[in-house]
Design a protein around this ligand. Sequence first.
Ligand code: HEM
Ligand code: HEM
Length: 166
Amino acid sequence: MSRQATAGYSPTQIGLHWVIAALVLFQIIFGDGIKDLGRALKRGTEPDTATVILGNLHIWFGAAILALTLWRLALRITRGAPAPAGGNTITLGLMKAAHGLFYALLLAMPVTGLVAWYLGVHDAGEIHEAMKPVFVLLIALHVLAVVWHRAVLKDDTMARMLRPGR
Ligand code: HEM
Ligand code: HEM
C-alpha cells in the first residue's frame, strides 16, 4: 500500500492510529449497548440510561472511525509510510495482508453498521456482527506481531508508532 518510503510515520499518522485503535476497542467492548438499544426500540420498551448512552456513543464513535480512517488512508496515499523494519517474503506478505484487512474492516464495519441502523437492512447487521470475531482475531495477531518484533527480533517496530519520523 505504500506509495513512498518515508523516514517514519508523521505525528498525525501516529495520532490517528492510536485514536482509531482506542475507538475500535470501545466499539468491541461495548457493542452490546447498540444491540440493547435496537431491541428496546423494536419492542417499544423504554431503554435504560446506560443503554441510551452506550448505543448513541456506538453510532458516533463508529462514524468517527469512518471519517478518521478516510483521513488516514488519504495520508497513507499522499505521504506514504516507512519501509518495513525487516522480514522475508512470507512475513512481509502477511503484514501487507493484515494491514489491508484492517483498512477494509475499518471501512466495512461503519458502513454496514450505518446501513443496518438507518436503512433497516437486516443482512447488513448480520454482516456487521459476523465481522466482529475477524476484527478481534486480527487485533490479537497484530499485537502478537508487535510483541514478537520487540521481544524476539528486537527491532524498532513499536517505536515507529510512538515517535514520529521526518
Ligand atoms: C485495536 C485496533 C488497532 C488497529 C485497527 C490497528 C491498525 C493498524 C494498521 C492499519 C497499521 C498499518 C499502518 C500503515 O502503515 O498504514 C498499524 C501499524 C502499527 N500498529 Fe496498530 N492497530 C491497532 C492496535 C494496535 C496496538 C494495541 C498496538 C500495540 C501493541 C499497535 C501497534 C502498531 C505498530 C507498532 C504499528 C507499526 C507497524 C510498522 O511500522 O510497520 N496497534 N496498526
Ligand atoms: C469500526 C466501527 C464499528 C465497530 C468496530 C463496531 C462493532 C460492533 C460490535 C462488536 C457489535 C456487537 C456485535 C455482537 O456482539 O455480536 C456491534 C453491533 C452493532 N453495531 Fe456496530 N460497530 C462499528 C460501527 C457502527 C456504526 C457506525 C453503526 C451505525 C449506527 C453501528 C451499528 C451497529 C448495530 C445496529 C449493531 C447491532 C446489530 C444487531 O443487533 O443486529 N456500528 N457493532
